[in-house]
Design a binder for this molecule. Structure first.
Ligand code: FAD
Length: 386
């Protein structure tokens, strides 16, 4: 189909990537976001090869390589620092044809924002959608409206528009743990600069991975009740307590982090849900399938969504609603499977059943590094750009 106008609600990773893909397909695109200033939520993200391949397809591969960290290895260690497994990532890269890139979220957002041609209209909170036979209209809190041939609802894990599409409300599900994350200067005292270092124990995790600018993106995961009070002034003391007795690099990491610049989300996911599409409205990214970050796939899935959506609009001509149904069929299967797999992984890592977590710790010590890379490659290769 040609000459379509697309309204996108939400300028996160999903909305921006979809915007770029749809513009490159030749469509007119308008993006709206409720915030007054675009700021990424969180410090970093690991874009696995399936996400990077979408960026390659959109002509952003070289820029991505500049802002991405050179991650050659993964190292699993016990909480006291004994090496459990040292994993060369080359077999993975050779198998799937593209290296993964950890990246600072701000760098990724800046890259996507510059690649989207035109304005992102801010301070526009979408509160309702109306559809007739020909058009779909977004209605904003300030009284403005935007009309298009289709609307992409990329409004995140707490999506309002999901209720319009499903006809009922879905409460995001608490993943059972809190994740402190931020950036620190890279330093060999913390971890080798080409390595994703992961310390595991007591159902917690401490992790560092390289991003451009000689920095590590780190996260510290702790299973805690939802609603545990949060105050940046206390982050260091709390983390010192949660990670008491852990290896020296973990202690140094906590000493060096800047609590004012640390994000502390309670991890939630969504779904699997039954529909991604209603009429001329398509859910995309976290609004459809927010995913526990334990596979590093939520953002990558949002990127895949954007590409698949623009491909169906371009390659079919039975109307917008038909193209969206095709998008839904393909993406529901893929992204819902990833939601479920990531949830199982989150439970395994964070001690939902302590016996399962103990088995995983034991397994880390004896499994072959290629078993780990094969499992990652399987998730990557099930995507649209094998
Ligand atoms: P969002 O980024 O949430 O964007 C939604 C946008 O919509 C926001 O800008 C918001 O302001 C706007 N909005 C919301 N409501 C409205 C409204 N009513 N009107 C207008 N605008 C609205 N993924 C990976 O691939 N790899 C990783 O390593 C990884 N690590 C993660 C670590 C953590 C701790 C977390 C929490 C997530 C991680 N993810 C990872 C997942 C990834 O961050 C998300 O999947 C991705 O950011 C989703 O993008 P999105 O555009 O769908 O949603």
């Amino acid at each position: 189909m040609q000459d379509l106008k697309v309204v996108i609600i939400g300028a996160g990773i999903g909305g921006l990537t979809a915007g770029i893909a749809l513009q490159q397909a030749g469509y007119e695109v308008e993006i709206y976001d409720r915030v007054k200033e675009l700021r990424p939520a969180g410090a970093g993200i690991s874009l696995w090869s399936n996400g990077v391949k979408v960026l390659n397809r959109l002509g952003l591969g070289e820029e991505m390589a500049k802002i991405g960290g050179q991650m050659e290895r993964m190292e699993y260690r016990t909480k006291t620092g004994e090496l459990l497994n040292d994993i060369d990532l080359m077999p993975l890269i050779e198998q799937v044809g593209q290296r993964p890139y950890p990246v600072a979220r701000r760098d990724l957002q800046n890259m996507l924002r510059s690649a989207f041609q035109g304005e992102v209209k801010l301070d526009r909170k979408c509160i309702a959608i109306e559809e007739d036979e020909n058009k779909v209209t977004a209605i904003f809190e300030n009284g403005d409206q935007a009309q298009g041939d289709l609307l992409v609802a990329a409004d995140g894990v707490r999506s309002i528009l999901r209720t319009y599409v499903l006809g009922y409300e879905v409460e995001p599900k608490y993943g059972g743990y809190i994740n402190w994350n931020g950036l620190v200067p890279a330093d060999a005292e913390l971890a080798p600069k080409n390595t994703w270092a992961i310390y595991v124990g007591e159902h917690k995790r401490a992790s560092m991975m390289p991003v451009a600018g000689d920095r590590f993106y780190f996260f510290l995961d702790v299973p805690l009740p939802k609603g545990t009070p949060a105050n940046p002034d206390n982050y260091k003391t709390e983390l010192k307590e949660h990670f008491k007795g852990w290896a020296e690099p973990v202690q140094l990491l906590i000493d060096r982090l800047d609590p004012a610049a640390v994000a502390r989300p309670e991890i939630h996911d969504v779904g699997p849900i039954d529909s991604f599409v209603r009429g001329k409205v398509a859910l995309l990214g976290d609004s459809a399938h927010a995913t526990c970050p334990d596979l590093g796939q939520g953002g990558c899935q949002a990127m895949e969504d954007g590409l698949v959506l623009s491909n169906y609009l371009l390659s079919t001509n039975l109307g917008v609603e038909d193209a969206l149904k095709r998008y839904e069929t393909e993406r529901k299967q893929r992204a819902n499977a990833v939601v479920e797999k990531a949830r199982q992984r989150a439970e395994q890592i964070h001690g939902k059943d302590p016996i399962v977590t103990a088995k995983w710790y034991a397994q880390l010590a004896y499994e072959r590094p290629t078993d780990v890379t094969d499992a990652i490659a399987k998730v990557i290769s099930a995507g649209p750009l094998h």
